[in-house]
Design a binder for this molecule. Structure first.
Ligand SMILES: Cc1cc2nc3c(=O)[nH]c(=O)nc-3n(C[C@H](O)[C@H](O)[C@H](O)COP(=O)(O)OP(=O)(O)OC[C@H]3O[C@@H](n4cnc5c(N)ncnc54)[C@H](O)[C@@H]3O)c2cc1C
Length: 556
């Protein structure tokens, strides 16, 4: 994970496969491809998972809503997708148990027949799930039990149905896949944007022109050469497809989804809530995430790809208005601690070029091959199925390149998961004097790599200090992220390495100068750079706050 050295290698060596985009799809493909003996380059125009892959609802699921649609519309494709998700669920949970865990979801109902409906639905959901996972089975809970598990829930509920799915820290899971690919031999770098393709006399791509977004815009792009190129750019897939072959039709219909973060005090619980029906016929989740309450999401067409989607006032009102009837306490506008938007890379089927609303488009994936340019594109999909998507894609790539292929990721333990089951706590205790919450946090976040972070505090005991009161993170994490996780901007650390940006904007504004100072020293920034980077990130957070208070989603 040494960016400068990796860029030198990308400039000078030739690769079997160059993967463009390092979200869940690209990272998954990089790991599967390196495990199959390919020499892989993986690049992203931003940070790892800086696109949709850090902005999901963070559920590992088949999708109860898709199951309902499968039955109501007799749609086999939806059913197949639910099955794929449920088959992958236990794999994602097993492959990185420090970053993913089971979560209990409570579906409140206001009548007994609604309870019966959801109980039967979730029973079918469980039947479809792989027998390999051992999540608890669903239960129909009476009102008293519902209130015991979810004390904040409205007194008006009749009963609820409890079922289980998985939850992951999406940005860190993506990073773990990238790091695992690196351990297996992939060469990766963030902030490298593909701006053009070069082709041979037959029109096949031979190299990509890449601009380094960490150096001045006057620096010329360089080339990465590879036998095969793979487009994993999610919502941006059409841009790359058309750059490679202008005659291709659009296939992606980006759909915006937002979340907001409230204090966990609204729930007082480790259980999540599934609101089974919204005004626009969808579902909304309210899920405990890192001691906060994540509420989302929405589903609206979005075309302004060059601008980051953010939470707007109208969207915040919609989410709060949907959650309110299920809670006793009134949701206060001022309690919104942060929010974020993401873009689903929904794929239109070739046949219909659907005019459907985005909420009814299938979340499945497709591996597309363009024979004119030789570009392979992985389109669509979900976080939950990222491994399956990667497996389908690399199988195709290997066949196309006349190479053998066997999927090797189903029981591959990601970085941090190896030895995670061992008693890490007892290894730390004799050497380091961490408070129990700090220790728990470090183990849950870094898994078996915890000793590397802890080791930094031996070099410099000041690094064992928290970066901000009320948060478990310590200063050593900043140094570790810059040194070993390729964090090169303040936002890489606060948004994706420790997730504070999606938890609490005010906390981020307070802590930014401290993080800038630590990162700056590690990465060799000048004093004026430290100040400028700090000010520009705080200004960005203030802009997000303003949009959440007054922005109108119609103008997005
Ligand atoms: C609101 C919301 C909630 C969701 N919730 C869930 C959920 O709970 N469970 C679930 O399973 N799925 C969920 N999803 C879906 C899931 O998050 C996405 O399917 C998945 O993250 C897409 O990953 P990706 O790698 O294809 O795209 P991305 O993560 O967007 O990655 C594409 C990458 O390509 C890079 N890129 C683009 N252009 C270039 C270029 N020219 N050069 C170099 N790099 C480039 C981008 O910077 C980006 O990092 C949700 C999606 C949304 C929007």
């Amino acid at each position: 994970m040494k960016r400068r050295e990796n860029i030198e290698r990308l400039k000078t060596e030739e690769y079997d496969l160059c993967i463009i985009g390092a979200g869940a799809s690209g990272a998954g493909c990089a790991l599967e491809a390196t495990l199959n003996g390919l020499k892989v380059a993986l690049i992203d125009k931003g940070d790892f998972a800086s696109g949709t892959s850090s902005k999901s609802t963070k559920l590992i699921h088949g999708g109860v809503r898709y199951l309902e649609r499968a039955f109501k519309k007799l749609d086999l494709a939806q059913l197949r997708q639910v099955k794929h998700g449920l088959e992958e669920r236990h794999i994602l949970l097993n492959n990185a148990p420090h970053l993913a865990h089971p979560v209990g979801l409570i579906t409140p109902v206001f009548s007994w027949w609604a309870g019966l409906y959801y109980f039967l639905g979730l029973w079918i959901y469980e039947l479809i799930a792989s027998r390999k996972d051992n999540l608890p089975t669903s239960k129909w809970l009476n009102k008293a039990k519902t209130k015991e598990l979810l004390p904040g829930i409205s007194d008006k509920v009749h009963s609820s149905v409890l079922y289980y799915d998985g939850q992951l820290d999406d940005a860190r899971y993506c990073l773990a896949v990238v790091q695992s690919a690196v351990n297996e031999g992939a060469v990766v770098a963030n902030y490298l944007e593909v701006t053009d393709f070069q082709k041979d006399e037959l029109g096949k791509i031979t190299s990509v022109a890449v601009a380094d977004r960490q150096v001045g815009s006057d620096t010329l792009p360089f080339k990465i050469r590879a036998k095969q190129f793979l487009n994993c750019t999610g919502p941006f897939s059409d841009k790359l497809r058309v750059l490679a072959n202008p005659s291709l039709e659009s296939r992606i219909k980006p759909s915006k989804g937002v979340h907001l973060m409230l204090p966990l005090a609204y729930f007082h619980s480790e259980y999540a809530m599934l609101i089974p029906k919204t005004k626009d016929g969808r579902v909304i989740f309210a899920i405990p995430f890192k001691n906060h309450l994540l509420v989302g999401t929405t589903d609206d067409p979005y075309s302004d790809l060059e601008n980051e989607p953010t939470l707007k006032n109208t969207e915040a009102e919609f989410l709060m208005g949907t959650l309110q009837p299920y809670l006793n306490k009134k949701i206060e506008r001022g309690d919104i601690q942060s929010g974020f938007g993401g873009l689903r890379p929904l794929v239109l089927s070739k046949k219909s070029q659907e005019k459907k609303a985005t909420k009814s488009l299938l979340r499945d994936h497709e591996v597309e091959y363009d024979p004119d340019s030789n570009l392979v594109s992985l389109l669509g999909g979900k976080w939950t199925t990222y491994r399956l998507m990667a497996s389908d894609t690399i199988r195709f790539v290997c066949q196309h390149m006349n190479r053998d292929y066997t999927s090797k990721t189903a029981d591959y333990l990601l970085v941090g998961a190896v030895q995670f089951g061992k008693n890490l706590s007892s290894e730390i205790d004799p050497i380091y004097l961490f408070e129990s919450t700090t220790k728990k946090h470090l183990i849950e976040k870094y898994g078996s790599l915890v000793l590397e972070i802890a080791g930094l505090t031996k070099e410099n005991p000041n690094l064992a200090q928290p970066i901000l009161t009320g948060f478990p993170n310590i200063k050593a994490e900043v140094i570790y992220a810059a040194r070993s996780e390729m964090a090169v901007e303040i936002r890489d650390f606060l948004a994706r390495r420790i997730r504070m940006e999606i938890l609490d904007w005010e906390a981020v504004k307070t802590v930014t100068p401290i993080v800038a100072e630590l990162m700056g020293k590690e990465l060799g920034w000048s004093e004026s750079d430290i100040k400028a980077k700090s000010a520009s990130y705080i200004a960005l957070i203030s802009k997000f706050q303003l949009q959440a208070e007054s922005g109108n989603a119609q103008n997005a």
